[in-house]
Design a protein around this ligand. Structure first.
Ligand code: ADP
Length: 431
């Protein structure tokens, strides 16, 4: 029914009732009493209206705590509509608060920084990543001008020039940041920051790796090309000279092959497409093979001993052969003649371990933490003389990572080195 009708019908009925009542009083008691009754009834109605108006005024002062009365007459409808409005409002507010909390949580989990500024660059809000990236503190810096908070000249130029279509790469607080400003709502701007330090580091490693690998391949190639030119230009060289050239060429060819094979092994170990497929590793057979290969490389120049006193483990036999083989061959290559190399597999309290101990040239402490970097060598010429690629310990590191194992190096110059590989107890193979 029409709201106005709902309002007016009770009013009209009440007036009609009043008039009928006044008519009856007039009939029995005369006009004076009837007039007095009408005035009295009007006063009661006025008092009722005033009472409800006061209640409404109280409620408007404090809508959330004061309770609305049920009301009388038209007030019943007004109060119930107000009550519904308040309930809807409370519901909307609760939804809004919940949504805001969700939005804040999502923003705080975001790895990228987001800061909202007004048109004159005063900070209104920012997420924790923006605080970290730009060194801000929302509580402290809210309402401050962002150019006063981030004072790097490149950042200030970027803002002054206003070329926001392009992001800006910024070095800030020892990190590489990609920063971009996005205007929105005509009077606000969003500042987005992305930490590119790790990506930059990976990119630099990749560039270094390519540069190093090219350099490593260029040397043997130059040697081979040089001898090929000599052979081409001087066809009548003595047989002995020719044979010595061929021998050097074979050595350099072998060096290139070792390098390419090690690079391929490293690439495969790093690739997610080659996950580790653990199998039972027959430790005794593996250790004996490592010892045989070390003895073959030593060609009788060293004493190579072996001790096996531990269980089989779960892992990749091929990868472990490559890692252990690298450690054993390093021991042979960096130990002078008559030195000794001790290979051991033992079960310790916290898990099995593989130990290679040599009485070789040793390593100075400042080199130890860098040995597993690609192409890092303490003595380049010695490494090359012994057909080293500079990638052996990088391969060891990656194989061990895939087996949850760790490498520790203990060494003393001119005394010898001990390389220890520790496996977790969970890697022991249970029958
Ligand atoms: P390389 O092919 O040059 O041997 P690695 O990655 O296997 O490369 O080893 C890196 C460097 O660590 C070597 O160049 C060498 O200087 C040092 N190194 C490794 N093992 C030993 C060892 N047992 N004794 C002394 N130095 C070692």
């Amino acid at each position: 029914m029409n709201r106005r009708l709902v309002f007016w019908i009770p009013v009209a009925l009440r007036l009609l009732l009043l008039l009928v009542g006044a008519g009856i009083v007039w009939y029995f008691f005369g006009p004076i009493v009837a007039l007095a009754a009408i005035v009295g009834a009007m006063l009661v109605m006025l008092a009722t209206q005033l009472h409800y108006l006061f209640q409404l005024s109280d409620w408007l002062d404090n809508p959330s705590s004061a309770k609305l009365p049920d009301g009388w007459g038209a007030w019943t409808d007004i109060f119930s509509r107000l009550y519904k409005l308040r309930r809807d409002d409370e519901k909307n507010q609760a939804e809004l608060t919940e949504w805001l909390a969700r939005f804040r949580q999502a923003m705080s989990l975001l790895p990228d920084g987001v800061a909202i500024m007004d048109d004159v660059l005063f900070l209104e809000w920012c997420n924790p990543a923006a605080e970290r990236h730009l060194g801000l503190d929302l509580e402290r810096d809210k309402g401050m001008r962002v150019t006063n908070l981030v004072r790097t000249p490149a950042f200030i130029d970027y803002i002054v020039l206003g070329r926001y279509e392009q992001p800006l790469t910024l070095s800030l607080r020892e990190r590489k940041l990609i920063v971009q400003i996005i205007p929105f709502e005509s009077r606000r701007q969003i500042l987005v920051t992305h930490d590119a330090t790790e990506a930059e580091r990976v990119e630099m490693m990749r560039r270094d790796f390519i540069a190093n690998a090219s350099h490593e391949l260029r040397t043997p190639l130059t040697v081979i090309n040089g001898f090929l030119e000599i052979a081409f230009n001087q066809p009548n060289l003595e047989l002995q000279t020719r044979m010595s050239h061929l021998k050097l060429m074979i050595e350099q060819g072998q060096r290139m092959q070792n390098l390419v094979e090690d690079m391929l092994t490293l690439t495969r170990l790093e690739s997610v497409e080659y996950p580790l497929r653990p199998e039972r590793v027959d430790i005794r057979a593996l250790m004996e093979q490592i010892q045989r290969e070390a003895m073959a490389l030593s060609a009788g120049r060293h004493h190579v001993s072996l001790e096996v006193d531990g269980p089989d483990i779960k892992g990749s036999t091929d990868e472990l052969r490559s890692a252990f083989g690298n450690l054993a061959s390093n021991a042979v290559r960096y130990t002078p003649e008559q030195g000794s190399i001790a290979l051991a597999w033992r079960m310790k309290e916290d898990g099995p371990e593989f130990v290679v101990k040599d009485t070789g040239i040793g390593i100075r402490p400042e080199h130890i933490s860098r040995l597993t970097e690609r192409f890092y060598r303490v003595d380049k010429s010695r490494s090359r003389e012994t057909q080293g690629t500079g990638l052996g310990l990088a391969i060891v590191k990656h194989v061990l990572l895939r087996h949850d194992a760790t490498l520790s190096i203990d060494s003393e110059p001119d005394k010898g080195s001990t390389f220890t590989v520790k496996f977790p107890s969970k890697s022991v193979y249970a029958e």
